[in-house]
Design a binder for this molecule. Structure first.
Ligand code: PNS
Length: 170
């Protein structure tokens, strides 16, 4: 239960961040303005056998992209988010919402995470200009040679360019 003011809360913002997008960064900036400590937590998902970026690369990009926020830390977790937030003694989970349809699945996650950990989820709306931006769409457009520079931070764009030969450009 999130008792008292957000001014004292430690928030965890989880995700795959493969890659981090400008939409993710928008949510991080909003969370950093509300909470004194925000942990951006990259999930280690053994089901996803060939992620575009390694865990280290994702963490490094996120660290560089969030360097301007002294209250933002970057970490990772395996297994359940509920266990991770309990281990950190975090007060709240932050999730971003882009469109109304995001809410349907996020509501179930929020209930499950609260049931498992007692930790509430708070939703922040990303800027409407990112409402259609997702990591999977960014990867698809990039791999087909499209311009993604409006949708990812420069650090991420640069890192993606280094992947282009290995991923095979058509
Ligand atoms: O960026 P994504 O892929 O949308 O993030 C999804 C994420 C990491 C938040 C979600 O898959 C997650 O919480 N994974 C950890 C495993 C877990 O706790 N599953 C139960 C969710 S109620």
């Amino acid at each position: 239960m999130l008792n008292g003011l957000a001014a004292h809360a430690h928030a965890v913002y989880p995700g795959s961040f493969d890659p981090p997008t400008s939409g993710h960064l928008d949510v991080i900036a909003r969370a950093a303005a509300v909470f004194p400590l925000v942990t951006v937590a990259v999930v280690v998902n053994p089901q996803k056998r060939s992620p575009f970026f390694t865990l280290d690369e994702r963490e490094e990009m996120l660290r560089r992209c969030t360097a301007e926020y002294p209250n933002v830390k970057v970490s990772h977790f395996r297994g359940l988010l509920a266990d991770f937030v309990r281990k950190l003694k975090a007060d709240v989970i932050v999730k971003g919402l882009r469109v109304v349809s995001d809410f349907e699945s996020e509501m179930a996650f929020a209930h499950m995470n609260r049931s498992l950990s007692g930790v509430d989820t708070m939703f922040l709306m990303s800027d409407s200009s990112y409402s259609f931006v997702s990591s999977s769409l960014i990867k698809e457009v990039f791999l087909q040679g499209g311009d993604i520079s409006k949708y990812v931070p420069p650090v991420v764009l640069h890192q993606m360019e280094t992947k282009r030969p290995a991923q095979g450009r058509k």
